[in-house]
Design a binder for this molecule. Structure first.
Ligand SMILES: [Zn+2]
Length: 461
């Protein structure tokens, strides 16, 4: 079977269908949510658009309350699932041709969603369409499941799988080729300072300490206010010099305002960044602060001393990577005294024990740890038929080795019981998801569609 030839025979139709989908500004709009359109009318339109295409091509369709839906082909008890999503992140400013005005230029298709995830979704749809049009015998049903809330809260898949059968196995074309078969556990928590009765007559009173906006980012800026009569300029300059740090210090009527720059990075690898909070806290640590402030700064320095949790004794590692810990948002003022904790841990780590350790350390520093979100690790074994089949197909079509990847983030595949992320970004391709002028190479979409067609056939035959 020449899968690529089958895709090329349908190239014009593929691009037309994709452009129609890309024209729909399917951004979450809860202010306009209504029955059957929980995420607003534009997201609803994208789902209806896929249903129309599916019905045109002879697929069974099912709407699950506007949260998600599927296009189905074949017979059998078991289901192969292909999990896509039709919602996109907001456009943002500065598009060359308009975010929802899909434009083909230099072999690229440029539009919001071209890369994440409408382009790959349409490639998977054409893979399924080819299998159907070739009339190949299948022993399982194949469902292209289209979610409508991937970019926000995944309410789509939660609602969908409440009502619909979980596929035996499947893949999500919403990340990278070759195959992501392991995703770390994700823990999001908040450390809250407990009230301290005791007061002290310290010469320095920490008024505020603020840093970061998002728990999953290394903060690149921090600011602290300190009330004192002492003179600190020289000490601060010396600190900046010693640690090659970039900060400022302004004194005004009894209050110092310090700022510090760091380097932003995703919490998947905090070592790619420099925490401005940690650096600024390093300066404050050696000043005799009021007891509440002193404890807060101690927490910043102790809990986030290293990205692997070594200072906390919670480190863990396996072939899917190291446990990492990130402090993303720090708020210290009269109303709020908190710090967020974002931990990503490999699937073999005994996390409950480690969490208990962290809880005890936090408590000894005067903080309680509250869980906000916890997603267990996701892992499909190397010798699982799903992984072996996809690897074979990928290697056959690309001539490249299908190495398995483990990541610290969470891909859509983890909402399948046995699911891996499989494309559609090829190794070396630029990841422009969520960016202005998001694009996808048309050649890559066609290659992906051919891989998906064969993969669907092999998984469902
Ligand atoms: Zn996506």
């Amino acid at each position: 079977m020449n899968w690529r030839q089958e895709v090329d025979n349908r190239k014009e139709a593929f691009l037309t269908d994709l452009q129609g989908l890309l024209q729909i500004p399917s951004v979450l709009d809860e202010s306009k949510s209504a029955p059957d359109m929980p995420f607003g009318p534009d997201v609803r339109r994208a789902l209806d658009y896929m249903f129309e295409i599916g019905e045109r091509d002879g697929f069974k369709t099912k709407d699950v309350g506007g949260y998600a839906g599927h296009l189905e082909y074949g017979d059998g008890e078991e289901i192969v699932g292909i999990l896509c999503h039709l919602d996109v992140v907001p456009a943002g400013e500065g598009w060359t041709y308009g975010a929802f005005n899909p434009t083909i230029k230099d072999g690229k298709i440029i539009a919001r969603g071209s890369n994440d995830d409408k382009g790959p979704s349409m490639a998977a749809y054409y893979g399924l369409r080819i299998v159907k049009e070739l009339g190949l015998p299948l022993s399982k049903r194949v469902r292209l499941i289209a979610g409508c809330d991937e970019e926000s809260e995944w309410r789509c898949v939660r609602e969908y799988f409440k009502q619909e059968q979980m596929p035996t196995y499947g893949f999500a074309p919403d990340a990278d080729f070759p195959i992501i078969n392991a995703e770390k556990g994700l823990y999001d928590g908040v450390l809250k300072q407990l009230p301290i009765q005791r007061t002290s007559g310290a010469a320095y009173h920490l008024v505020s300490f603020m840093s970061g906006e998002r728990p999953n980012m290394v903060p690149d800026f921090a600011k602290a206010e300190l009330k004192t009569d002492e003179v600190l300029e020289e000490k601060f300059e010396a600190y900046l010099e010693k640690y090659e740090a970039d900060g400022t210090c302004v004194y005004d009527r009894g209050t110092y305002t310090f700022t510090m720059k760091g380097k932003a990075a995703h919490a998947m690898e905090p070592d790619n960044g420099i925490s401005a909070a940690y650096v600024l806290a390093g300066f404050l640590l050696h000043l005799p602060l009021d007891i509440q402030g002193e404890r807060y700064i101690e927490l910043v320095r102790h809990v986030f001393a290293d990205s692997r949790g070594i200072s906390l004794g919670i480190e863990a590692s396996d072939e899917t990577g190291d446990l990492t810990i990130n402090g993303g948002v720090f708020r210290y003022n009269t109303e709020e005294r908190t710090a967020t904790v974002n931990i990503r841990y490999p699937y073999t780590a005994k996390f409950e024990e480690r969490l208990q350790n962290l809880r005890e350390i936090a408590l000894s520093l005067g903080f309680e740890l509250k869980t906000r979100q916890h997603m267990p690790p996701h892992h499909v074994a190397e010798d699982h038929p799903l992984v072996k089949t996809l690897a074979d197909v990928y290697e056959r079509q690309t001539g490249e080795h299908a190495n398995l990847m483990a990541i610290g983030g969470g891909t859509y595949a983890r909402s399948l019981q046995a699911g891996v992320a499989f494309g559609a970004l090829f190794p070396g391709a630029k990841d422009v998801a969520h960016q202005v002028d998001e694009y996808m190479e048309i050649e890559d979409l066609l290659r992906a569609a051919a891989i998906y067609a064969e993969a669907i056939y092999e998984l469902a035959k």
